[in-house]
Design a protein around this ligand. Structure first.
Ligand code: PLP
Length: 486
């Protein structure tokens, strides 16, 4: 494809993308295809002869669109929002055009420097303690996902713990000590923490313990339950080294009791605390939520996904670290081909030492474009609208006590409610995604599949069938229609 062909093809692709977004409100959200639908429709091997864009482009509509679930539809209510906006798409375009796997500063200085700048902007927008900004010992980095941020934090925590525990030892003796201790290390998170904490412990090769939560405390981790777990772990001769605390749990958007947790950790100062704010962290850009960040200066790392609720398309996990040295000393390995004068003299940031892969994309561009296009005020308005719609939805649910009972929320736009009746099951709604349609923020229960993933155990007992669930959802839809049409 030469420049002239690219111009024509790109214009045509952009027109198609705009038409796709315009038509989203009318599209059925879920794909209707069956597993394995695509292979019979496509050739069994890549084409031998070149094909023109004229031949390729129509296949998007023919073969790909039928297999899409439209996450950007204003009718998509499952899971969490996954925002994509036009300025963030433009950022992706330039990022693809400038492709340079900028693993260190020298590879392409603008990649690194813009990332540091926009993450400092974001830290200040969210009211994070200054220790997370690059001007001190901390700083921000863009990771691919909240799960990646957990793994990175956990590996840094493990190495810090092992290094502290083997202080004074050298060489092979130190290595043997570390090997012996590694198996005793325990990573913790509440039973409501995202599964990435358990997965992280598996990857880091340490044990994992879940801390109990209860409905009485709205599924938040409390200081008492944390202390009980820590005391139990240490009584067994094991070593707690890492803790995930959550601002906005996946199931109910619970917020762990940070103040109590800080008190307990005074007796366990060695533990690395990571704040997983994957979804709800976005709300911190509004001053009325910044009280949640008050205790964060005691914590070691914090991560949120702009690609959930903050208008940037996947992937854009923003991770902040209090002492960047903790990361770089765990993850930096410098071969001769990576050595350069700027890095060797400590003049620059090399983000390869803050992450798992070596190469990286220019993701800061899309964040920069979104921040400038919406402005802080526009981004705050977007968050507040989602929160208000959650409250409105909850108030409508409350008007039908014969049908529904709210279990949790509204919390950061999320409402979890039960359909009451012969059998109960839970329905969890999240705000819709797209800021494109003008009906941004309608809410309604999602699909039967959603009930399957979040439903209580009795949802499918005996006489409670998927059909019955579907019927209840239709009733629920009727109640929420009013919200949806606003
Ligand atoms: N943490 C929380 C609280 C989440 O809700 C989610 C996803 O919903 C994740 C982590 C995982 O996010 P990612 O897909 O970016 O790894």
């Amino acid at each position: 494809m030469d420049a002239a062909e690219f111009r024509t093809a790109a214009h045509s692709a952009i027109e198609e993308i705009i038409a796709y977004y315009d038509s989203l409100p009318e599209k059925r959200v879920l794909a209707t295809v069956s597993p394995g639908y695509l292979a019979p429709l496509l050739p069994t091997s890549a084409p031998q002869e070149p094909e023109s864009w004229k031949v390729i482009q129509p296949d998007i509509e023919k073969y790909i669109l039928p297999g899409l679930t439209h996450w950007q539809s204003p009718n998509f209510m499952a899971f969490f929002p996954a925002c994509a906006t036009y300025p963030s798409m433009l950022g992706e375009m330039y990022s693809a055009a400038f492709t340079a796997p900028a693993f260190n500063w020298l590879c392409s200085p603008a990649f690194t420097e813009l990332e540091t700048i926009v993450l400092d902007w974001l830290a200040r927008m969210m009211g994070l303690p200054e220790c997370f900004e690059s001007k001190g010992e901390g700083g921000g980095v863009i990771q691919g996902s909240a799960s990646e941020a957990v793994v990175v934090a956990m590996v840094a925590a493990r190495e810090r713990a092992l290094s502290n525990l083997t202080e004074g030892y050298e060489g092979e003796v130190k290595e043997d000590q570390m090997d012996a201790l590694r198996g005793k290390l325990v990573a913790l998170g509440s039973e409501q923490a995202h599964s990435s904490t358990q997965k992280g412990a598996q990857i880091a090769g340490t044990k994992h313990v879940s801390i109990k939560t209860s409905a009485v405390n709205h599924f938040a981790m409390t200081g008492r339950d944390l202390r009980r777990s820590l005391d139990d772990i240490t009584a067994r001769g094991r070593i707690p080294y890492y803790l995930t605390v959550t601002l906005g749990t996946t199931a109910t958007c619970a917020v762990d009791n940070f103040a109590e947790i800080v008190e307990v950790l005074k007796d366990y100062p060695q533990i690395w605390v990571h704040v997983d704010a994957a979804y709800a962290g976005a709300a911190l850009i509004c001053p009325e939520y910044q009280h949640h960040a008050k205790s964060f200066d005691r914590f070691d790392s914090f991560a949120m996904n702009m690609h959930k609720w903050l208008l940037v398309n996947f992937d854009a996990n923003c991770m902040f670290i209090r002492r960047r040295r903790d990361l770089t000393s765990a993850l930096s390995i410098t071969r001769s081909y990576l050595s350069n004068d700027f890095s060797d003299r400590g003049l620059v940031t090399d983000y390869r030492d803050w992450q798992i892969p070596l190469g990286r994309r220019f993701r800061a561009l899309k964040i920069w474009f979104v921040m400038r296009t919406y402005g802080v005020l526009g981004m705050q308005a977007h968050i507040r609208k989602g929160v208000e719609l959650g409250k409105l939805f909850a108030s409508l649910v409350e008007t039908r006590k014969d049908l529904f009972r709210i279990v949790e929320g509204p919390s950061f736009g999320l409402v979890v409610f039960t359909v009451v009746g012969k059998r109960e099951f839970e329905v969890r709604t999240s705000q819709t995604n797209g800021p494109h349609s003008g009906v941004n923020g309608g809410m309604r229960p999602s699909t039967t599949a959603e009930i399957e993933s979040y439903g209580t155990q009795n949802a499918y007992s005996n006489d409670f069938t998927p059909d019955a669930a579907q019927q209840m959802l239709l009733d629920a839809n009727a109640v929420t229609k009013e919200v949806y049409t606003r």
